[in-house]
Design a protein around this ligand. Structure first.
Ligand SMILES: [Zn+2]
Length: 200
């Protein structure tokens, strides 16, 4: 009997996290200033990853205003997404991180060309490996997140073939904001609005 295939491969050594109040773990490494570029190499691509990459970037970016991710398209970036074989054949992807001390120098996300990739239009589609779900998870690693024990979190370590998990949970958002803390807003400075007075 074949084991049910899992999409996510373990990407990095996980930080030890004794009895946390939250589910997430962090790698202890980050991009300086929360600033990085993401690009991809479409060679060997069985499916166009462009839309999935943009969705993954937008998903994390929307959760944390301290992140500044520029998408380069078909060019290598600080984080480069490519296609190939991965060490564990049942894994959908593997992320390699290249840190120097507490700072990332580069990262590579390799998507497994052997998976039945697709863009799921329903929450479950038998036999489809949802490319956006996978890229959101792997980009989380490339930003400095480890796995979460929250089974609904995008950073939960496994996702079954046919399932989709694209929405960040409170736990995912807390994790990314722990790595890249948003600046507190100064009242009336950043978002001052000048509403015209309306006669009534
Ligand atoms: Zn993972």
């Amino acid at each position: 009997m074949r084991p049910s295939p899992l999409l996510f491969g373990l990407a990095a050594a996980l930080a030890a996290s004794p009895a946390p109040a939250h589910g997430y773990t962090l790698e202890g490494t980050s991009w300086p200033g929360g600033t990085l570029t993401v690009g991809y190499d479409p060679q060997h691509a069985p499916i166009d990853a462009n839309a999935a990459i943009m969705l993954a970037i937008a998903t994390w970016q929307a959760a944390d205003p301290a992140l500044h991710i520029a998408y380069l398209g078909n060019r290598p970036g600080d984080v480069t997404i490519d296609w190939g074989a991965v060490p564990a054949q049942a894994d959908a992807a593997v992320t390699h991180l290249y840190p120097v001390g507490p700072v990332f120098v580069s990262a590579t996300i390799t998507l497994n060309t052997a998976m039945p990739w697709g863009y799921q239009t329903a929450s479950y589609e038998a036999g489809v490996a949802d490319l956006p779900s996978t890229l959101i998870h792997e980009l989380g690693h490339a930003l400095g997140l480890g796995h979460s024990t929250d089974p609904l979190a995008v950073m939960f370590p496994s996702l079954a073939l046919g399932d989709r998990r694209r929405t960040l949970t409170v736990d995912d958002i807390a994790a990314i904001r722990a790595v890249y803390p948003p600046k507190p807003l100064a009242d009336g400075l950043l978002f001052a609005t000048h509403t015209p007075e309306v006669a009534r």
